[in-house]
Write a protein that binds this ligand. Structure first.
Ligand code: SF4
Ligand code: SF4
Length: 165
């Protein structure tokens, strides 16, 4: 299992309890506050199996203690999460760690603190509704293979969802 099992292994950071309030504003139910550090979410976490520093139990502890500087950053370990939802199935407290992690990723995007590649994908979806630009070459190849032209995306609706309007 992952090596980063104790908080003392993490980088030093100022404890900031206001971070709870910030998280509570982007995630329904305040679930992270109910984490009692049992570690059930760690055992089958695929990201934890491959990353020395990734540990959903510790991420919940850092969230509760307000390690904002460490978590809301392009180099944060939250970006190693695969969004598989196994932790949510294992957690006896219904904390749903993945939802907390996604909320923190959303905060990173909102504050311009996501990794550059993620920011580029976000901008592309905001602009065109899709993550990858469709070139004229791809359109020609689709036609050669008898595939239908790609449909128009409801870009205004997508923007509303992304921007929370
Ligand atoms: S969703 Fe949960 S179990 Fe899956 S990688 Fe992320 S933290 Fe680990
Ligand atoms: S399984 Fe739930 S209560 Fe236990 S450490 Fe993970 S998030 Fe916290």
């Amino acid at each position: 299992m992952s090596g980063g099992t104790e908080l003392s292994n993490s980088k030093s950071s100022t404890i900031n309890f206001k971070f709870r309030e910030k998280l509570d504003s982007v995630i329904e139910g305040f679930r992270h506050n109910y984490c009692y550090q049992c570690g059930a979410c760690v055992a089958d976490c695929p990201a934890g199996a491959y990353s020395e520093r990734f540990n959903p139990r510790l991420i919940m502890l850092k969230a509760i203690l307000g390690f904002e500087e460490e978590l809301i950053a392009p180099e944060s370990e939250i970006w190693e999460c695969t969004n598989c939802y196994t932790c949510s199935e294992r957690c006896p407290q219904d904390v749903r760690p993945i939802d907390v992690i996604i909320a923190m990723k959303n905060l990173c995007i909102r504050e311009g603190k996501a990794p550059e590649a993620i920011g580029r994908i976000y901008d592309s979806v905001l602009r065109s509704g899709i993550t990858t630009k469709i070139s004229s070459l791809i359109e020609r190849r689709r036609a050669e293979f008898g595939l239908a032209p790609l449909k128009e995306y409801p870009i205004e609706d997508i923007r509303k969802i992304l921007e929370g309007d």
